[in-house]
Ligand binder design. Sequence first.
Ligand code: PMP
Length: 356
Amino acid sequence: MSRYWSAITHKLTPYVPGEQPKLDNLVKLNTNESPYPPSPRVTEAFHENIPNQLQLYPDPNSTALRTAIAEYHNVDISNVFVGNGSDEVLAHAFHALLKHESPILFPDITYSFYPVYCGLYDIAHTLVPLTEDFQIRVDDYMRPNGGIIFPNPNAPTGCPVALADIERLLIANPDSVVVIDEAYVDYGADSAVNLITKYPQLLVVHTFSKSRGLAGLRVGYAVGNSELIDGLTRVKDSFNSYPLGKLAQIGSAAAIQDIEYFESTCEQVIATREQMITDLIILGFNVLPSAANFVFASHPQHDGATLTAKLRERSIIVRHFRNPERIAPFMRITVGTDEQCAILINALTEILTQTT
Ligand code: PMP
C-alpha cells in the first residue's frame, strides 16, 4: 500500500470489467454488447457534422441529445441527465442522491459496480438476498433505508421485476430515492419511466451501450423529477463541465431517433434468445427466465468455471462469476447473432458429449 494514497484510496476495491480481448475471430458473448452495429443514421450524422467541428468544445449541457431523449420518452428536457455511459450516471446518482445516514438497499446478487460506488463515496449499504429462485422480491425492501437501487431486469440473472411491484415499492418508500437501472429493459421488461411524474423520488437510468448498439461511444442517461436531475447536474458540474464529447452527443441523438431500427434489432435479439434458451434446455441446462440480452444458465453435471474454460478453448468467451458461491455454477451468456448462438450450442453439445 502506498503512503502517497489518500485514506479512502487504499480501501477501494475497484470494479473489474469484463474482458475485451484483442484477438479477432472470437465468438464474444461475455459483456452484453449488441451483436448488431448501431443505426446507419449514426454514421450519417457523423459524416454530416464532424468536418470542421472537432476543434471546438462540445455543448456542456448536451442540449440536442437531451432534447432527443426527452422527445423519445415524452418528458421535459429538465427531466433528463446524460453521462459517459450509465456507469458515470450511476456514479453521480450514488454521490448526489444515495448518501444518507441510513444504509441504502440493493440485492445481494446484482451489478457489481454498486458496492464499488459505495466504497468510493463511503455510502453505507445493506444487501438484500434474492429469493431461492434468484428473484428480487420488493417486499424485502419495505423497511427504513437511505435509498434503493436495483437493475430491472437484474444482472447477471436477467430476471425482471413487474412494474406493479415497482409501483408498490414507490408507494411504500415516498421519502427514499429509488433508482431503477434499466440497462437491459428494452429486451422484454417494463420500463418505469412513465412513473416519474407520479413519483418524484424515482430515477430511471438507461444506456446506449446495449439495445442501441453504441457501447463504444459511452453514453448513458437518467430520467427523473427535475429536482433529482438538478442534484445530478450539480455533482457533474463540480466534476467535469464537458462530460460528453461531440461524437457521443451527435451519435447517440441520431440513434435514439431511429425507432424502427432499434425495435427491429431488439426483436431479433429476443427471438435469438428464445431459441438459445430452448437449445440450452435440450442440452440439460437450467436457465433462469431472462428479459435481457443475456441468459444465466447452469448444468447439473458440469460446473460453470470448467464449461467457461472449455468454451474458451474453442474461441467462445462467456462470463463466469466465482462469487458469490451461489452463482458459481452459472455462466452468463450474451445473446449474439443466430450464427454465433449456433456456434455456441454446437460447442456445448460437443463438450457435454466428450465429458459424459
Ligand atoms: N448497469 C448494468 C446493470 C450493467 O450491466 C451495465 C453494463 N456493465 C451498466 C449499468 C453500465 O453500462 P454502460 O456504462 O455501458 O452504460
